[in-house]
Design a protein around this ligand. Structure first.
Ligand code: HEC
Length: 175
């Protein structure tokens, strides 16, 4: 459910019943538990980052940084920090979970009732985004917890085997 809608509903339900309604309260523990083909997931199976003992970020997080810069930076600003046009994603990602993130990116958002018409386009048909949605999420999740700072990650773990092949396959690039 849209977070804003959920908040509105929450107020409404509380007024009616004095009871509660479940609103997703962020992604939960970001600890990396499992690795598959170089991409890490948390205990709930949601993508997450992994910081090595030498401070290096995992390859997926690094790719997420590059893909974020390609597509999202022009509205959401450098490092996910927000702009006058689009919200700070380092804050947003403490509030929404992976499913809500995908819904926003794939579906887009059209803000109504604002003086300024803010539009987040739908990226559902953009393979340069959807083929790397896990990586983009992972990067922004790392930004939202402060595990990754501003700018290009200084150190990156080696590229996992088969990573490029999987990307090419998703993008439909013959090898
Ligand atoms: C053309 C500008 C534009 C681009 C490009 C864009 N966004 Fe957005 N995005 C917005 C705007 C504006 C909003 C806020 C809409 C609203 O008012 O609710 C938004 C909202 C979001 C939200 C919801 C935040 C929340 O608080 O729930 C997420 C998540 C998000 N964007 C992720 C992304 C990602 C990831 C990319 C790159 C793949 C991206 N956006 C590219 C303009 C953009």
């Amino acid at each position: 459910m849209n977070r804003r809608l959920c908040r509105v509903l929450l107020v409404f339900v509380l007024a009616l019943s004095g009871g509660g309604v479940a609103c997703a309260a962020g992604p939960g523990d970001s600890k990396a538990v499992t690795q598959t083909n170089g991409l890490w997931t948390d205990k709930n199976g949601a993508p997450t980052y992994h910081i090595g003992t030498d401070g290096s970020v995992d390859w997926g997080t690094f790719i997420g940084f590059l893909r974020y810069n390609d597509t999202c930076l022009r509205c959401h600003g450098p490092d996910g920090a927000g702009s006058s046009y689009a919200p700070d994603l380092t804050q947003a990602l403490t509030q929404i979970d992976y499913a809500q993130f995908i819904a926003a990116v794939a579906g887009g958002i059209k803000a109504v009732n604002t003086a300024q018409q803010l539009v987040m386009p739908s990226f559902a048909d953009d393979k340069n985004v959807m083929c790397f949605i896990q990586e983009i999420y992972t990067y922004l999740r790392a930004r939202s917890t402060g595990a990754v700072g501003r700018g290009r990650p200084a150190k990156t773990a080696p590229e996992p085997k088969g990573f490029d092949e999987a990307s090419y396959k998703c993008l439909g690039i013959p090898q």
